[in-house]
Every structure is written in C-alpha cells, then in structure tokens.
Design a protein. Structure first.
Length: 231
C-alpha cells in the first residue's frame, strides 16, 4: 500500500472507531508498517488540518471527528506544481497566509517522494517583483467572507481620507492590484476600493440586505472578467 492510500485508510479506520480511540500500535498492525511510520502519518494528517487528537492512558490512542474526511490528494506532479505556483502568486494578496498554509497542507498529504519532487521543481520558478509592490491588508479577506457591513477608512487617489460603511459584494484582481467591490452607503452605489489604499478595515456585526452584483454595475470599460472557478 502506498502512502496516499494508507493516509486515506487511517482516516477511515479512525472514523469507523470514533469516538473510541485507536492506538498507533493497532494502526501499525492494521496497515503492516511500523509504529513510527503511523505516528509520522498521523502528524501529517494533523498538519493538513484534520481534527485528530490523542487521548492519553492505558486504553488511549488517537481519535478523529467522525464527520472529517481527507480531501483528494492524488495530484500529478504537474498538478502539484501548478497549485504551488498559483498559490505563490498570492504573495501580496489578502489571501497570502491562507495560500501559504494551503500549499503546506497539500504537500503534507502527498507521498513523500512526490512532495520532494514538487518542492524541487517549484524551487526553479521565481517571480520578478517590484520592491515597491504594495501588500493588501489581510483583513480584506475577512471583509470579503464576512457577509457583514464593513467600516473602511479609505485613502482616495487624491490622497484624501474618508470613512465609509460598505457592503462587500465581491473582489477583482487586475495587474496585481486587488479591489473590494462593495455597495457604498455614502455614495449609494457600487464602488471599487483598492486594497492598498485601505487604511483601516473593521467588520461589524450588522448583516446587510441581500444585493445582486451585476456586471453592468461595475462600469468596466476594458478587459474581461474571468471567474476563479469555471462551470
């Protein structure tokens, strides 16, 4: 059994016994590997974000939340490289921290040899960036996913500051710049707020009314919008 299949097998074994614990020794016997190998596998699964914890004691062992599953890990080398390169392009984006941990999780559940090859190939790819590239506040992502009214302290292109209450509707990236698309209560219309001009982002507890964002509301005079996920 290869490592990928064994990782899936460990998850299903723990789920089958949950909420009872399963010892590393019993898992080692089940998958015909050493206890040390099982402990390394369990550590990799924990690093990937699965809710696995150890229960101490003579009858203790490892337990998993029965609702947890291990996502697909059967990446080809080209797919793994594409994912790593794609995530690395988010280095100045509001999603940079999540992109970093996502890449680590993917490598953690890949077979060790495949993960090493993917790392070696990725080390050959570089981005030529300006030293003046602005970093978008991480709170941008929180504003986008919050489904709440957001208070912004925003600096316009002219340099003037203003405070706005906005209702996030989406986000657009163009040439390395990230824009939060939102209904602006001050202007009573849809506006685009550039991420690097956001001086303060505060997510409130207020739920906004449901609004539908139409492409014509954006008044884009050039270019074509491409969604992250195609149907």
């Amino acid at each position: 059994m290869n490592r990928t299949d064994r990782l899936y097998g460990i998850v299903e074994e723990l789920r089958a016994f949950s909420p009872r614990p399963r010892s590393a020794r019993r898992l080692a016997e089940r998958f015909e590997v050493s206890v040390r190998t099982i402990e390394r596998d369990l550590s990799a699964l924990q690093q990937s974000g699965l809710p696995i914890w150890a229960e101490p004691g003579r009858t203790g062992g490892f337990v998993i939340d029965a609702s947890a599953t291990l996502g697909p890990a059967g990446f080809t080398l080209d797919e793994a490289l594409a994912v790593m390169v794609g995530l690395a392009t988010l280095g100045h984006s509001p999603f940079r921290q999540a992109a970093h941990t996502a890449a680590r999780k993917m490598l953690a559940v890949m077979p060790k040899e495949d993960a090493s090859r993917a790392r070696r190939l990725a080390s050959r790819v570089h981005f030529l960036e300006s030293e003046n590239d602005a970093v978008v506040p991480a709170e941008f992502a929180a504003a986008l996913r919050s489904d709440r009214v957001v208070k912004l302290r925003y600096q316009a292109a002219s340099g003037a500051d203003s405070t706005r209450s906005v209702e996030p509707l989406g986000a657009i990236e163009k040439d390395g710049q990230w824009y939060l698309i939102a209904w602006c209560r001050l202007r009573e219309g849809v506006r685009a707020f550039r991420g690097d001009r956001m001086l303060l982002i505060e997510v409130t507890d207020e739920r906004p009314p449901r609004r539908t964002l139409r492409s014509e509301d954006l008044s884009i005079a050039y270019g074509r919008l491409r969604p992250v996920m195609d149907d």
